[in-house]
Design a binder for this molecule. Structure first.
Ligand SMILES: Cc1cc2nc3c(=O)[nH]c(=O)nc-3n(C[C@H](O)[C@H](O)[C@H](O)COP(=O)(O)OP(=O)(O)OC[C@H]3O[C@@H](n4cnc5c(N)ncnc54)[C@H](O)[C@@H]3O)c2cc1C
Length: 394
């Protein structure tokens, strides 16, 4: 975005850094965490336009699910068994790393629960795909269970579903508490990461081998810049214009009701979802498919069509909250990639500009490990896996 002379509050002085990370969501914070862990002496600035988590990270449903945007049988159809398993394991490891590095013994404070997640079919054709997926997954050693209509009713409180599967190793969390806790972990580890909120990056200039990163409040100079701007990336760098697509998702939340759900649920080919928080509130999202043409761009408004569909879903499928008061309605901007997989690595035109994003509605399940993958490649620990690499989209 351009900046007027009048609004420019940046100082003349340029602040030297080793790395500037743009974007204070889960991807930027995760990247800062791993870079600092690998080298605590690195001088890193994490720069966020608004407050940390004000993008999709503070607006999602908090599912930490494995896999990707589609059922496993389709993932195998696209990538073959080996790569599909690699993709699945990448997100399983995301959860393992989150537990080991960040959550540790703070599960209760972070509303973290590792109780698995369900994928429910409203139609027989989807249930057949889910059963096929479960068979493939079992062969590959993934923990999954097929469940019938009655199980769904008693275990999830959901009605009018014909069958489903349970992925036993999934989890859920309060995403903003997780983000702030991650920031706290970075601060505990040292003082070389500086945090800059309400500070928009509006221009990146070349100065010799370095970049000068102009923000509303500062000028940073660094050899390496990481874009962790997900859906907003095309606004900052043209490279992303045909690779990352800003896509809106909408949600509503009800007042607390007595607990009735064993674990969070996806429905309708991972497009719609609902979960009950440990504190009793129910969060329901999805139905973007009803207004695909409207659900793009950068507005965080809600629309009547989708909010009504969410309410109808609640009335038709979740009797426990049929009468519950709706307390919140919101939306958020996600970054969808071309093929549904995240994109991590250097931009082809400049190997000092990096990107970590394109999580296609699954960043809580992917970003922590993606930040590690970026750090692994910068420190030459491991190359970036092919399905993640920015190179595949050139
Ligand atoms: C309604 C909804 C439900 C979702 N549910 C789930 C779920 O249950 N599970 C799951 O895994 N994922 C879910 N997601 C997706 C998940 O929220 C995202 O994949 C994840 O938060 C992306 O994190 P991020 O850090 O890449 O992006 P963001 O959180 O969007 O962070 C990018 C940040 O960059 C900042 N920024 C942009 N431009 C600039 C600039 N010029 N200068 C400085 N800062 C800038 C933005 O302000 C923003 O804070 C959902 C998303 C939505 C919207």
């Amino acid at each position: 975005m351009s900046l007027s002379y009048w609004l420019d509050q940046s100082k003349e002085e340029t602040i030297p850094k080793d790395i500037v990370i743009i974007g204070g969501g889960i991807a930027g914070m995760s990247t800062a965490y791993w870079l600092q862990k690998y080298d605590p002496t690195l001088q890193i600035a994490l720069v966020e336009k608004y407050e940390f988590g004000s993008g999709a990270t503070g607006r999602n449903a908090g599912f930490i699910t494995c896999g990707s945007v589609e059922h496993f049988n389709r993932l195998v159809g696209k990538h073959g068994k080996d790569e599909a398993l690699e993709i699945w394991k990448f997100s399983e490891d995301n959860l393992t790393f989150l537990k080991e590095e960040i959550i540790q013994d703070n599960a209760e404070n972070l509303l973290f629960e590792a109780k698995g997640s369900f994928s429910l079919a409203g139609a027989k054709s989807e249930f057949i795909e889910l059963q096929d997926s479960a068979k493939l997954m079992k062969e590959l050693g993934v923990n999954v269970e097929v469940i019938n209509e009655m199980d769904i009713k008693t275990r999830t409180g959901g009605v009018s579903f014909v069958g489903g599967v349970k992925y036993l190793d999934d989890a859920s969390v309060h995403p903003i508490k997780l983000l702030h806790h991650m920031k706290g972990r970075i601060e505990e580890n040292g003082k070389n990461v500086t945090f800059h909120e309400n500070n928009e990056v509006h221009k990146i200039e070349y100065r010799g081998d370095n970049k000068v990163i102009h923000t509303t409040k500062n000028k940073f100079e660094a050899p390496i810049v990481v874009f962790a701007t997900n859906g907003y990336s095309p606004l900052l760098e043209n490279f992303f214009k045909d690779k990352i697509f800003p896509t809106r998702g909408q949600v509503l939340a009800t007042e607390a009701v007595p607990r009735f759900m064993e674990a969070p649920c996806y429905a309708n080919f991972v497009l719609d979802y609902f979960r009950q928080l440990p504190t009793g509130q129910v969060v329901i999202g999805g139905f973007r498919q009803l207004q695909k043409d409207v659900e793009t761009g950068y507005s965080d408004e809600t629309s009547d069509v989708i909010q009504e569909a969410l309410e109808k879903f609640l009335r038709d499928h979740i009797p426990a909250v049929r009468e519950a008061k709706i307390t919140h309605r919101w939306s958020g901007v996600m970054g969808f990639s071309v093929d549904g997989q995240p994109m991590v690595g250097a931009l082809p035109a400049d190997h000092q500009l990096y990107f970590v994003g394109g999580f296609t509605a699954h960043g809580i399940g992917l970003a922590f490990h993606s930040g590690k993958a970026l750090a692994d490649s910068l420190f030459e620990v491991n190359p970036i896996p092919g399905f993640l690499s920015a190179k595949r989209l050139q």
